[in-house]
Write a protein that binds this ligand. Sequence first.
Ligand code: UGA
Length: 438
Amino acid sequence: MRITVIGTGYLGAVHAAGMAQLGHDVLGVDVDEGKIEQLANGHAPFFEPGFPELLRNNISAGRLNFSTSLKQAAEFGEVHFICVGTPQRPGSTAADMKYVDAVIEGLVPHLQRPCLIVGKSTVPVGTAARLTTKVAELAPLAKVEVAWNPEFLREGFAVNDTLHPDRLVVGVASPEADAKLREVYKTILDADTPYISTDVATAELVKVSANAFLATKISFINAISEICEAVGADIMPLAAALGHDARIGNRFLSPGLGFGGGCLPKDIRAFLARAEELGIEESLAFLKNVDSINVNRRRSAVNLAKGMLGGSLQNRRITVLGASFKPNSDDVRDSPALSVANALQRQGAHVRVHDPEAVENARAVCQALDYTTEVEKAFEGAELTLHLTEWQEYRQLDPNRLSALVTSPRILDARNTLDVDRWRAGGWTVRAMGRPSR
Ligand code: UGA
């Protein structure tokens, strides 16, 4: 099948390569000429394990091409996936729909034959219905249907999540659209992947509900973590005990610095903003707490750091491990690690940040911090080290060796993934969020 994927960011680029891997002829489209040139040459514009190989294999097989032209997209595809961003609107908590709208306005006037437009971007409920009206105005003669097929991929696992999703959800207005999407995903459906076909509003809501639930689960355990801090209890055995209850489960129950990234934080705010527009904000009011508990974790980390340094950050040398919003990603959008690093720097500390993949992206948004990609260099002269993004390589660090490089062997584990006993045995003073100071 001839498929276009419009918007080639973290979501779209992987989706385009994934659809080509399923055997379709795919055209990836973006307004960013530099990004399209990179992709067309087989270079991934971001860090995502397994993606460069998927990209290059499918380009070589002749199934994957790239373009900046929506006219070319209109002529090429019978299914058009929309994968552009829906960031938080400046000065508001609502989602900014200008990129989605621009795709419709740029694509639809060129459509000459029947086709299906399938939104994958995370949007406020009601978007597909609104776009259906807009499409009818822009292309009154062409038979064009708008469907919604939310994406649940996680950065860092995007290739696997695209090719082996745990479910497919489609929102459609006709049996023809449903049949077309079953054809697109035939290989995945043949592997007995659950397929939920529903109306467009429900499909839109599934996505925001899933992200709201995940955010709530994280903030729940972090709220309990704060209680633990207040009474000297330990969040780690507590979380493990909860996780053994199969009704609760242990995933997304890792206490620490909380969630960030380009999805969870802005999605819960946009969900609440949409509920306000609909006059039903009371039902989702708890999401305000989910958000504030999450933001508060960053403040708590800064306060803990200050406490560990005797009350003042002025001119203190601090090493920060991690800049990306989570490991296995170079994405720094709303990164808890960078937000804490910035706050420390604003309060007078000299902050040196290490990250294996995200330094370039971090430097582009926070010039004031000092960066390195050499982990041992990051430790030199530090009076305090903060572990803020749990990259696997930090678990392998040798505390004995590192204690000789720092000025003071003191570390705050804000992700609760370091072996606290090993660090203490290596001569370090260790604090961990939600755990007793010993
Ligand atoms: C999230 C969802 O997990 C995906 O299903 C969804 O498709 C995606 O948003 C999206 O809307 O596009 P992602 O943003 O890649 O995926 O990251 P997650 O793995 O969900 O992690 C989000 C944040 O929560 C990270 O900052 C992570 O460190 C934090 N987290 C996660 C915790 O603090 N504790 C946990 O137990 C789990």
